[in-house]
Design a protein around this ligand. Structure first.
Ligand SMILES: NC(=O)c1ccc[n+]([C@@H]2O[C@H](COP(=O)([O-])OP(=O)(O)OC[C@H]3O[C@@H](n4cnc5c(N)ncnc54)[C@H](OP(=O)(O)O)[C@@H]3O)[C@@H](O)[C@H]2O)c1
Length: 433
């Protein structure tokens, strides 16, 4: 057998402790699979005294993870601390500068610094493996970076935030509002005390930016992701979606269009017939459309200690075997500068919910504002008109459009608002057919 691989683990929380459990518990099996023993030699976290449910007695302790990365006895750094700056970044840079490979679950850091860190890795003949950073236990990085290299990827879309999918699933099943379901998610440990990062779509945006780079051979361009979260989705929207044959999902979508690469995260009407529509609760799913393979949909647990550690250990064993792949699947110098497709040019169908004041001619105004811009309406619904009339006397009107552009929809909705027939803010949700 080859000489053992000596590993240092920075971060001993949910993912770090679960990773230790697998590496220790399945040591012999993993050694057989890797062809060499994988040994934890050092660990780092903030508080040394904390009980983490794993025995750390045999490992060197470091308060400073960057110092641990520089320990000559550490050959591979596992970074599972989190944070896009600070200690996680310092530790990764320290390891890479010394030519040591890094395994990380840190999407926030890679979304912000991926290109620079990948270049640093290459200059030092090493790499960063990050399977755990996107969709937890689902091996989507490996699929894009390795298994599908013979394909031209045209589109990647998915449900990449379990918190949002749980909230939307529950809102739909029980007719509850966003705040009630968020509270339930927090009580179950699915949502953080400050849920902004998840529910406003930023977490999905980070993951999407990483998948986009792998799918299209472009530099990570997180700033280009259009982001809208789920906090504005109402029970009425979910009810209407159901009636029209859809479900609402927070999707991340990356695709090549004539205008460039589109990266967007937003609540989306997806056909109930589609695989993504049937992914419920905290489960994640990613659909990859590629030529010549066709569409591949990967479904599984997107978070949690065990699932995420499964991905971390997969990367460690890969590196132990000597399977080092360039961080973003090709050398940094040949990653293209992405041409950003402006969101205004996005083409698709739209669901529009307007709260309309009961004034003569209101319906005609709405129809003409749409028609002036060449927007064709597939349907107009005014379901339960009287029952839904609010204190101001306004009623919800639902419009479903055929394919048009974001710019035209935004202009039409703004024009309708200026006509003074609306009560409250219009809801606009994109439809994926
Ligand atoms: N949890 C999931 O389901 C999941 C899924 C996919 C990806 N991830 C990613 O995995 C990473 C870790 O997540 P987690 O859920 O395991 O987090 P966590 O439970 O909060 O654990 C974080 C660990 O990092 C340590 N740490 C934080 N800042 C530190 C610092 N400045 N110096 C030293 N140690 C520091 C903490 O030390 P103390 O314990 O001493 O405070 C703790 O052990 C994040 O990047 C996250 O985005 C998590």
């Amino acid at each position: 057998m080859a000489k053992p691989l000596k590993v240092g683990i920075a971060g001993l929380g949910t993912v770090g402790a679960a990773t230790i459990r697998i590496l220790v518990g399945a040591h012999n099996e993993l050694s057989a699979r890797a062809g060499r023993s994988i040994e934890i030699v050092a660990v780092s976290a903030r508080s040394k005294g904390k009980d983490r449910g794993v025995d750390l007695g045999a490992y060197r302790w470091y308060d400073d993870a960057a110092e641990m990365a520089r320990d000559p006895g550490v050959e591979l750094l596992v970074e599972v601390m989190g944070g896009s700056e600070g200690m996680a970044k310092a530790a990764i840079e320290a390891a890479l500068a010394l030519g040591k490979p890094v395994v990380t679950a840190n999407k926030a850091l890679l979304a912000a610094h991926g290109p620079a860190l990948a270049a640093l890795a290459e200059r030092n003949n090493t790499t960063i493996a990050f399977e755990a950073a996107v969709a937890g236990g689902i091996p989507v990085i490996k699929a894009l970076r390795e298994a599908l290299v013979g394909n031209k990827v045209t589109r990647v879309s998915g449900i990449m935030n379990g918190t949002c999918n749980y909230i939307l699933s529950r809102m739909e099943a029980e007719g509850l509002d966003f705040a009630q379901c968020l509270k339930a998610a927090q009580e179950l440990g699915y949502a953080e005390a400050d849920p902004t990062f998840d529910v406003e779509g930023f977490d999905t945006a980070h993951k999407l930016a990483l998948l986009t780079a792998l799918a299209f051979g472009t530099e990570v361009d997180s700033d280009a992701v259009y982001v809208e979260g789920i906090s504005g989705v109402t029970p009425l929207d979910l009810e209407m979606a159901e009636e029209l044959g859809f479900r609402i999902k927070l999707l991340g979508v990356a695709e090549r269009t004539a205008a460039g690469i589109e990266q967007r995260v937003h609540p989306t009407f997806v056909s109930r017939q589609s695989q993504l529509a049937n992914v419920m609760g905290v489960t994640n799913a990613v659909a990859i459309e590629a030529e010549p393979v066709g569409t591949i949909t990967l479904v599984g647990p997107g978070a949690g200690g065990g699932a995420t550690a499964s991905a971390v250990v997969g990367d460690i064993v890969d590196l132990a075997r000597g399977n080092a792949v360039t961080t973003f699947g090709r050398p940094s110098q040949v990653l293209e500068k992405p041409i950003r497709a402006p969101m205004q040019r996005h083409e698709g169908g739209y669901y529009i919910r307007l709260q309309v004041l009961d004034r003569p001619g209101a319906a005609a105004i709405i129809a003409s504002r749409m028609a002036e811009r060449g927007i064709s309406l597939e349907s107009i619904l005014q379901k339960g008109r009287e029952a839904r009339r609010n204190a101001n006397g306004s009623v919800p009107v639902i419009l479903i459009t055929y394919a048009t552009t974001e710019l035209l929809i935004r202009n039409a909705v703004a024009a309708i608002a200026e006509d003074g027939v609306l009560d409250g803010t219009p809801q606009v949700i994109r439809i994926e057919r």
